[in-house]
Design a protein around this ligand. Structure first.
Ligand code: HEM
Length: 152
């Protein structure tokens, strides 16, 4: 074991990031699902749904869908333990503030979740990782809601 390995081991021991057997550090979800490639495919599938959705498409920038995809991809990769590219480039996420310009009621929340669930299922990650991803997306999507529409 190199000095670096011993150092990482100590840091992970302090952070409690060990698997039960105490020798192999617990992998992040980012690592478990295969790293950046998973999040590339996830947001590509998600945005394929968004651009074809009449309820969501008008909210997104006409001339910068690639940029929007990259921002979401970098945010999710960082959130699940990947590189800190998102906050290095855009600062603190402040997601609710960044979504304030868009009307997000139950319809938009549910449409966003429909496309994200479909994207997750298209990649078929391990069931435990799928559950963790979807639990987070449901909580986060509801947290972005900033409007209600009177039911007809
Ligand atoms: C609930 C329904 C949601 C709607 C309708 C929605 C809509 C949008 C729109 C229109 C943008 C601007 C696109 C751009 O220029 O980047 C955006 C940005 C973004 N959204 Fe959402 N969003 C929703 C939920 C979420 C959730 C749940 C997350 C995180 C799990 C998220 C993460 C982001 C991120 C990281 C950005 C880029 C922010 C930036 O750096 O400027 N969004 N969203």
């Amino acid at each position: 074991m190199t000095d670096d390995d011993a150092l990482i081991r100590d840091i992970r021991a302090r952070e409690g990031k060990y698997a039960d057997d105490g020798d192999v550090p617990a992998a992040t979800l980012y690592e478990r699902v295969g790293g950046g490639a998973f999040f590339d495919q996830l947001v590509t599938a998600f945005y394929a749904g968004v651009v074809a959705d009449p309820a969501l498409r008008p909210l997104y920038p006409d001339d910068d869908i690639d940029g929007a995809r990259q921002r979401l991809r970098d945010f999710l990769a960082q959130y699940w333990g990947g590189p800190t590219t998102y906050s290095d480039e855009r600062g603190h996420p402040r997601l609710r503030m960044r979504h304030a310009p868009f009307v997000i009621a139950e319809l938009e929340r549910d449409r966003w979740l429909t496309h994200m669930r479909a994207a997750v299922d298209a990649l078929a990650p391990d069931p435990a990782d799928r559950d963790e991803l979807l639990a987070y997306f449901e909580m986060a999507a509801d947290a972005m809601r900033n409007a209600t529409r009177p039911s007809a």
